[in-house]
Design a protein around this ligand. Structure first.
Ligand code: CMP
Length: 142
């Protein structure tokens, strides 16, 4: 089915100047960018976005990292977009990520792992709504 998923290019990858290289991978895989913005996430936003991880030992570091610089946030649309995007990203821990994946190529650690992607269609809907209003999403008509 045609799905939408939320993608975040995290502060480490923005700092490495590889936004375009990551976008190319999405496009080459057939995913369409139907919304995008750069923003500097606030502490409150980061804590809310990652609320499911609040009790995890890495929560504080995760929030500090996500607010350490600007991020690029985008909505990707395409056939099987959620799983396809996860395949392109590779495993959460770049040491375990398959060769040729975004995290294998651009991430330095499990904490600074270059990208985020929704893990299921239901979470994708919630994560898209977290960052984008309906008017900011531009489905392709051609
Ligand atoms: P992300 O997909 O953005 O979701 C939560 C983030 O927490 C994850 O990527 C990692 O960058 C970070 N993280 C740090 N330690 C861990 C861990 N042990 N397990 C899962 N995520 C972790």
């Amino acid at each position: 089915a045609i799905e939408r998923t939320l993608s975040i290019i995290k502060p480490d990858a923005v700092a490495k100047n590889v936004i375009g290289q990551i976008y190319s991978r999405f496009e080459q895989a057939g995913l369409k960018i139907i919304a995008a913005k750069m923003l500097h996430v606030s502490r409150e936003q980061a804590e809310a976005f990652y609320g499911v991880h609040r009790e995890r030992p890495f929560f504080g570091e995760l929030v500090d990292f996500m607010i350490s610089g600007p991020v690029m946030v985008q909505v990707l649309e395409g056939e099987n977009a959620v799983a396809l995007h996860r395949d392109l990203m590779g495993a959460t821990d770049p040491k375990k990520a398959a060769p040729g994946t975004i995290r294998a190529d651009f991430a330095s650690s499990i904490d600074e792992n270059a990208v985020h992607g929704s893990d299921a269609p239901e979470t994708a809907k919630a994560e898209i709504d977290f960052f984008f209003s309906a008017a900011e999403i531009c489905p392709r008509t051609r």
